[in-house]
Design a protein around this ligand. Structure first.
Ligand code: CMC
Length: 376
């Protein structure tokens, strides 16, 4: 066999040009379509960031208003998909969301149309329906009636309302909105890559988004926030944090919420969620609980010399927990945000398509004699 240069995990390989986001993993910089994540985190909303990602520029007031109306008026789930959700309500919320999105393709008037305009219409519907699916499923599995969407509420507030059945306060709404902004887009991460691979075959948007959802589920990607909360519960009290983390490291285990394929310094998204988790923990009378998180960060400090720093998911799980959100909804909430980035990248892929089809280097035997079944 020929010797080839392998790139396991496609580490360090550039696939294409993009305008979607820029990541400098050494400086800890993240830009969406040229705009710094810190400015967007402070000034923007998830609705505006989604527009920015899909159209490549910030909207005017009138454009944002229309886009917002499109999101607010497309939240309803078709009865057929409601029936599917009810049928599989005992499954993991990511499995339910993925299956519901597949089912939605059968009800979408633009199914099969991959034009930019149709993809934007489908994208708005899916983005609006994601939180409705997650919240509806969360209630159905608890034996509660689904809550109808409220078009007077923005994207973040409506999600909390459909989940808890009560209008959220401004702090909770802002917390979800900020979390959605920070998770919306992140270069060639595994789920966006999967969405691009599907789109590169000219499969439609529902197929690409389903591929993204399937890939986001794993604990090395979207599942880390859930793992962080499991860690906090297992640690139990602040003084237990350091020995617990040392034990994990001695066993060669990865500590969830640390490390990143691209960032070799602190993930720039983490600081916004760290501040928010601290404030929410204090407001809600759970300061000890936030202290566990800081002690874990301190115990992980020696790994900084290896480029292992805190990532976005370390504090996002904490924020969801403080909002009273069940832990198995953390990955679906990541998806509620990341769909903005998947669609952005699928639109880029369609606009300049090239079938994504890397090679595998064959490393097995050759010319084996075929032995008939009866002789084996
Ligand atoms: N805890 C302890 N050691 C770690 C960790 C960690 N979380 N992450 C990496 N390392 C070690 C790793 O064992 C390796 O050590 P050595 O050189 O001695 O073998 C070294 O650091 C390099 O790590 P790597 O495995 O080559 O890094 P990677 O780029 O393949 O993996 C990662 C990146 C995110 C999968 C990994 O850091 C990890 O498993 N982190 C925990 C899961 C997590 O928090 N994921 C969320 C990522 S942010 C959200 C997203 O974008 O999806």
């Amino acid at each position: 066999m020929d010797q080839v240069e392998l790139h396991p995990g496609l580490r360090g390989i550039y696939l294409d040009n993009t305008r979607s986001s820029f990541i400098d993993g050494t400086a800890g910089t993240l830009l969406y379509q040229g705009y710094n994540i810190h400015d967007l985190a402070r000034e923007s909303t998830f609705e505006e960031v989604t527009y920015l990602l899909w159209f490549g520029r910030l909207p005017t007031m009138a454009e944002l208003r229309q886009f917002d109306v499109d999101l607010r008026t497309n939240r309803a789930i078709p009865p057929g998909v409601m029936a599917v959700i009810d049928l599989i309500k005992n499954g993991h919320p990511m499995d339910v969301l993925r299956t519901a999105v597949s089912a939605l393709a059968a009800f979408d008037p633009d199914a099969g149309d991959n034009s930019f305009e149709a993809s934007i219409r489908k994208g708005a519907r899916l983005t609006a329906q994601f939180p409705a699916i997650v919240a509806t499923h969360a209630r159905l599995r608890q034996g509660k009636a689904p809550v109808a969407p409220d078009p007077l509420l923005n994207h973040a507030a409506n999600f909390l309302y459909m989940l808890h059945g009560q209008k959220p306060d401004a702090t909770s709404t802002r917390a979800v909105d900020l979390d959605l902004i920070l998770h919306a887009e992140h270069g060639s991460n595994a789920s966006s890559f999967a969405a691009r691979v599907a789109a590169s075959t000219l499969a439609d948007l529902h197929a690409a988004v389903t591929a993204g959802l399937a890939t986001l589920k794993g604990p090395l990607h979207g599942g880390a926030a859930e793992g962080v909360m499991a860690l906090v519960h297992a640690i139990g009290s602040p003084e237990n944090a350091e020995p617990y983390v040392k034990r994990l490291l001695a066993e060669g285990k990865h500590v969830m919420g640390f490390g990143h394929r691209v960032y070799k310094t602190e993930d720039p998204r983490a600081r916004h969620l760290r501040d928010l988790a601290r404030k929410m923990g204090e407001d809600r009378g759970l300061p000890a609980w936030y202290t566990i998180l800081t002690r874990v960060e301190e115990a992980m400090a020696p790994l900084r010399q290896k480029g292992i720093h805190v990532n976005v998911d370390f504090y996002s799980g904490a924020v969801y927990y403080l909002l009273g959100i069940p832990e198995d909804l953390f990955v679906p909430i990541f998806a509620i945000s990341r769909i903005a980035g998947w669609i952005c990248q699928v639109l880029e892929q369609y606009a300049n398509n090239n079938l994504i089809r890397p090679l595998l280097h064959y490393a097995g035997p050759v010319d084996l004699p075929y032995v008939p079944l009866k002789d084996r």
